[in-house]
Design a protein. Structure first.
Length: 302
């Protein structure tokens, strides 16, 4: 079984590489933008013709949330055109696509949510309403895939972190080593997601699909993050606690930390659908945070 992974040098791509050795029956082919440019359909077709993948995990994305506000064309090219190109290649080659999306497709207006969503988070059926370029392009990418073919899994996730690439957790560790005090917003609520947990779930979806070929594979949109919820302040506090970093950490409102892109105030995701469909257990975010090899991060000091 051949699984093509785009965005190999990104956070999720590296997380998938870190677990690939556990699956000797899967031939993972990792491609970065230099070997597979998802914005170039010809580049994709050449790779597909060469390796003939059974599955494609699209871990390539434009994820610079604030920068997207000033680079909408670039964000659209990668997140929309790139997603559509991959969907077309998958359709032509009878390849199943696993595409990673985001909680930023929602506006995070807690007051507008149903009581159910307020208690357990957004479901896959809740109406998306992105407030910025990044979220809009990710939603448009989802739609482009859906309009192209049916054999896809779209996985919406949130607050992804790991020991790989750049992310909030690594930034906090760096700032914790440089400063005596730090302020972090405490009125944006979501769920941190360990990229390795996300990688494992993607492989489990592939395995489940292979084993249930005679039945409906359950294509569609799914939510995945770790369990629980917290603010960015809570997340930072736990990061410092786990690493025994002493720092004066102060909570502040979003209004005190303006950014070019508006963030969802509430973006907790309901995971009931994915848990039932693929029979998976999900770690709470505090548990998964403690599985990180912080010694590697401390040594590199990003």
């Amino acid at each position: 079984m051949v699984v093509l992974v785009t965005g190999a040098n990104g956070q999720l791509g590296q997380a998938i590489q870190s677990i690939s050795g556990k699956y000797p029956k899967v031939d993972f082919v990792f491609c970065d933008s230099s070997t597979l440019d998802i914005t170039n359909l010809n580049s994709i077709q050449q790779v597909f013709k060469q390796i003939k993948p059974n599955y494609c995990i699209n871990a390539a994305a434009y994820t610079a949330v604030d920068k997207a506000e000033s680079e909408p064309e670039k964000a659209f090219l990668i997140n929309v055109t790139g997603a559509k190109n991959l969907a077309e290649a998958c359709k032509e080659n009878n390849t199943i696509l696993l595409h990673v999306s985001t909680d930023f497709v929602f506006d995070g207006d807690f007051s507008e949510l149903s009581p159910r969503a307020q208690s357990i988070g957004y479901s896959e059926d809740d109406l998306p309403n992105p407030t910025g370029v990044y979220g809009q392009t990710k939603l448009d990418g989802e739609k482009a895939i859906q309009q192209t073919f049916d054999n896809y899994f779209i996985i919406r996730t949130s607050w992804v972190y790991s020991q790989f690439a750049n992310n909030f957790m690594k930034t906090m560790i760096r700032l914790g080593s440089e400063r005596d005090s730090l302020s972090v917003v405490n009125d944006q609520i979501g769920t941190p997601t360990n990229a390795v947990d996300l990688a494992e779930v993607l492989v489990k979806i592939i395995d489940h699909t292979e084993r249930s070929r005679s039945a409906s594979p359950g294509f569609g949109i799914y939510n995945f993050s770790n369990e629980g919820q917290c603010s960015w302040y809570d997340f930072a506090k736990k990061i410092f606690e786990v690493n025994n970093i002493t720092i004066d950490l102060q909570p502040i409102p979003t209004s005190s930390y303006p950014t070019p892109a508006k963030r969802p105030a509430f973006s907790v995701l309901d995971k009931n659908k994915i848990k039932k469909a693929f029979n998976i257990d999900i770690n709470y975010w505090e548990v998964s945070l403690k599985t990180i090899d912080f010694s590697v991060i401390m040594d590199k000091k990003p």
